[in-house]
Structure formats: C-alpha cells, structure tokens
Design a protein around this ligand. Sequence first.
Ligand code: GDP
Ligand code: MG
Length: 331
Amino acid sequence: MPANLPPQYYELEREFRAEKDVREKLRLAQELLRIMPKHKGTDKLQAEMKAKISKLKKQLMGGSGRSGPRQAHAHDYIEKEGAGQVILIGPPNSGKSSLVETLTNAKPVVADYPYSTREPVAGMMMYETVQIQLIDTPPISPESYENYLSGLIRNADLVVMVADLEAETMIEDLQFIINKLDEKRIILKPEVTETPEDARYCYKKTIICAHKEFEDEEEIKRKKIEELFPEFIIIATSIIDDESLDLFRKTTFDALGKIRVYTKPIGKEPDFSDPIIIPRNSTVEAAAEHLHKDFARKLKFAKIWGQGKFDGQRVQLDFQLTDGDIVEFHI
Ligand SMILES: Nc1nc2c(ncn2[C@@H]2O[C@H](COP(=O)(O)OP(=O)(O)O)[C@@H](O)[C@H]2O)c(=O)[nH]1
Ligand SMILES: [Mg+2]
C-alpha cells in the first residue's frame, strides 16, 4: 500500500535529516509523526519514526552511552500549573526577569547586563483568586537563541513579548524576534482563531508589554510598537508602577480566555478561595463536569448569582457562565 505522504512531509524530513541539534531533531521527529497520515500504508514508517523519537529522547537524557553528547537538563518542557502558562520572551535586558521576580514567588537573576538569564524559571503569579504560571526565559537576539525555547513557546498558553522602551534598537530587536520565531515556524498572533494550514507551523496568542513605560512620557515609543503590531494588545508596564502590574495580571488572565466560577453548597456561603477555571463561554454542565463526570450526569439544574443575573436565578445545563459567577448545583 502506498504511503501517500503530503509534500510538506518530505520537506520536513529533509530538515530532520540535516538537523544536528538533538533537541530540535526530536521536535522535528515528533512533528513528522504528527503530520504523517495514519493508515496501513504508513504503519512501518510510523513505527520507525517512533523508534527514532525514543532514541532521540534517550540521547537527550544522556542515557544512551555512546550516541551523542550528554545534555544536562531538559528545559524544553515545564509542567503547567494554575489557570494558564504564560511565557515571557524578549530581547536582552528588556526586563523579563524583573517582571517575573516582581509578580511571582520565583527568584530569577535580575541584572543590568544582558544575557544574565541562562535558564527558564517558572513562578506563580496571583491574580485576585487565581494563580497564573509565568516563565522567565533567556533573551532572543542575533547572539542568542536557546533551541529549547521553541518547544517552550509552542507549549505555552500565552506569549508576553517584553519590549524595552529604553533601548534605542527597540523596534529592530522586536522585528528580529518575529523573524527568528518565524524561522522556527512559530507565528505570534493577536488572536488565534484557526489552526495553520501547514501543520508544521504553530500560531501563538501574544500580548506585548511596552516595558519601563514610566519614562516614555510622550508615548512615542509605544506608538512605534503599535505601528509594527497592529491589533495586538499592548500594555504599558513598569516594575515601579503597581497599577501597571495589576493591569498585567488582569490582561494576561483575560488573554488566556478563561473564566472563574465559584461554587456554593445549597443554603451556604460561596467558596471564594477555590474557583473552577474553565474556558470562556463554558456551560453550567461543563463546570459541573470539571468537578466530576458523575456529578454532571446527575445534574438537574443550577442557581446562579452574578453580574446581569437575578440573584439565585434558576438556569438549565446549557446556560453559559461568565467570569465571577457563583453557581449552586442541584442534583
Ligand atoms: N526603569 C526601569 N528599569 C527596569 C524595569 N524593569 C527592569 N528594569 C531594569 O532593566 C535591567 C534588565 O532587567 P532584567 O529583568 O534582568 O532584564 P532581562 O534581561 O529581560 O531579564 C535591570 O537593570 C533592571 O533593573 C522598569 O520597569 N523600569
Ligand atoms: Mg533575564
């Protein structure tokens, strides 16, 4: 049976064969397996690719003795925690580490010299009642691109690109990042409403921080960013301006496309300490399912408290919830 592989497959395979970096090679192998049509004609090819993947993984862990160099840490994957995973990227010295240090419990290195951050660092940021995971990363510049960044960015729920308003080369620096990621087939987008036609590409929802904004009184630099990135959400931030940090928290949460729903036992007070985090436009049924599949099956109706609702309004399972709603489930 013929394999009938799409032309993209052959292109990607050529790249895969030429690639020397083990981590990038692994990513390409995984991509090849993903875009390979799954039918009898590709059974053998699928098995071969799986074998290559596991060999590359072993190599990365440094466990396969003779083959390939040992690589100490795998930085290309960070387990998700909280309401969403947000990765901060940017040119050297733009303030990524400062933002993560100020907003989370993590302690990345902050320094007034470039290339101070060598490894990704994750920390949890509190936004009202929810936690959001922030990842600090090494810079992207002509002098530096850590290959594991591609995997990290692809896996994140949201990208925050940090622009340095104090840098004279701000626009060129941002343009460089866009081009570099494009090379890695990652396209930063103000909104992601579709999957790319070419399966090797990845669209990533992105917002931009016009950072160190405190000093940009005439907003000249910020306007330049707006010109280069029309339609993107751009927020002005500075680590010495608490209001801007609050805006950062709120904007990232909104951009994640999630809502918080508080549950309330019948006849008791709602529990505001532990909201259910579900995608925007989720129904009452989806919220119940989030708690327990069985629970959702037994659910008859719910009562809702929240903006634009009558207190204790009785609603059906297909009712769409909004951020901050309080739900009392009735089974
Ligand atoms: N004026 C000002 N300087 C900042 C701000 N945030 C960070 N910096 C400074 O910018 C430099 C680089 O910060 P750092 O967080 O290490 O940048 P990174 O390389 O992007 O991680 C340091 O000297 C920081 O003190 C800010 O909001 N305003
Ligand atoms: Mg840093």
